[in-house]
Design a protein around this ligand. Structure first.
Ligand code: HEM
Length: 395
């Protein structure tokens, strides 16, 4: 595959199915290059890690959006993401992140272990002999967990799947007008939903994250509160759904490794890190250069450059992970960039890890005959990688 074909393939459904051969071509071409209307791409682990932590490499925030799309606030899907911490820079980012981190404590996450284990056990017991693993497990588990965390009633859970899927398209580098219209509608419905929930929790606070964030002391403005609740909800389960779907497929395709995990659930943390490295649920992180940068190896990034950090490519960089295409949970020092790095490092990483570490051993032990059964269907997305449908049998 030549360079141009590799690059174009990432933007076509066919190429997205398995982007790793294309990443390899791009990485051998250069650690960083400009292409496609001046967009920059970063391919290596070292440079991705460096730029994620560089203070002059920022996210495109509301001020940047104002510069090229003055009406962005009218699309409520876009607005809810742009006004959240994900697309804010200091000092706003620092304030929002601090407020959310103060409520999203290690204690709150640890307290969810029982919720995760109980829900996972119920879903496994209810699983029909032939099932779509995504609908039967990978979707309902994370949504139940994030809803328990936020204090969203169980009865509202099914409704969120569609809203979140429509909204997260705003994270993709390219989307159609129809997709943007649906993102707007989803943003409006989610905002209306959370306005109601915030009012209820202000009247009668509970032990949930919505009550904590909506309290006087959080320091968030009204629109920040709303955007960050929407962000937590959508960031909290689409990605984890993808980790569970991808992970079970990888395990079932490596039966010897699955047997090891079945025999020793203590291995779960290393397995989950290797699954995250091997096929990252988030493939891109977008940044822009606030000033011109001179980097190691004579590389130069001009001011204002849009930069796509190819997380999936960084995770398969042979300089960092020898024999990168091999699934090997025994690798030393697995630290994938799948949760990003630096100031925007995933706030939910401990929760996502916990869900996967509890779920995989339970699935393998409670369903010893679990097997793939037919052609899976990938979601047609570039940034959020995962299955729309994964047929399995349990007996
Ligand atoms: C496997 C599951 C997950 C993956 C792969 C993932 C990945 C990521 C990545 C790559 C980022 C950084 C984006 C960037 O730097 O541009 C991020 C940020 C974030 N994630 Fe996650 N995430 C996962 C699960 C979760 C969960 C469960 C939650 C919440 C309950 C969550 C909440 C967030 C938030 C709030 C941010 C923004 C942090 C900030 O901007 O300071 N994520 N996530």
């Amino acid at each position: 595959m030549d360079f141009q074909t590799a690059l174009e393939s990432l933007f076509a459904a066919e190429g997205r199915r398995d982007p790793y051969p294309a990443y390899e071509v791009l990485r051998s071409h250069a650690p960083m290059f400009a292409a496609l209307d001046g967009r920059w791409f970063v391919t290596t682990h070292a440079l991705t890690s460096h730029l994620l932590r560089h203070p002059a490499v920022r996210v495109a925030d509301a001020a940047v959006y104002d510069g090229y799309w003055p009406d962005w606030r009218e699309n409520r899907g876009v607005a809810s993401i742009v006004q959240s911490m994900l697309l804010s820079n200091p000092p706003d980012h620092t304030r929002m992140r601090r407020a959310a981190a103060a409520t999203f404590t290690a204690r709150r996450v640890a307290a969810l272990r029982d919720v995760i284990a109980e829900r996972a056990a119920d879903l496994i017991k209810e699983m029909p002999e032939r099932a779509d693993f995504v609908s039967a497990f990978a979707y309902p588990l994370p949504i139940a967990v994030i809803c328990a965390l936020l204090g969203v009633p169980d009865s509202d859970q099914p409704w969120f799947r569609r809203q979140a899927a429509d909204l997260t398209v705003v994270l993709e580098p390219i989307s159609t007008e129809e997709e943007m219209r649906r993102a707007d509608a989803a943003g409006r419905e989610l905002e209306d939903y959370f306005i109601g929930l915030i009012a209820e929790r202000r009247r009668e606070p509970r032990e949930d994250l919505t009550s904590a964030l909506a309290s006087e002391g959080s320091g968030l403005t009204g629109s920040e509160l709303l955007s960050n609740l929407v962000l937590l909800l959508v960031a909290g389960f689409e990605t984890t759904t993808n980790l569970l779907g991808t992970g079970i497929k990888v395990l079932l395709e490596h039966p010897d490794q699955a047997d090891r995990l079945r025999a020793d659930p203590e291995l779960a943390p290393a397995f989950v890190e290797e699954i995250l490295r091997y096929d990252s649920p988030v493939q891109f992180a977008a940044r822009y250069a606030a000033e011109p940068l001179d980097l190691d190896g004579g590389l130069h990034l001009p001011a204002g450059a849009d930069v796509n950090l190819l997380l999936g490519s960084a995770n398969r960089d042979p300089e960092r992970y020898p024999d990168p295409h091999r699934f090997d949970p025994d690798r030393p020092n697995i630290q994938p960039v799948s949760f990003g790095g630096g100031a925007h490092y995933c706030l939910g990483a401990p929760l996502a890890r916990l869900e996967a570490q509890v779920a995989f051993p339970m699935l393998l032990t409670m369903l010893p005959a679990l097997a793939l059964a037919g052609e899976p269907r990938l979601r047609d997305r570039l940034v959020l990688r995962g299955f729309a449908e994964l047929p399995i049998t349990t007996g």
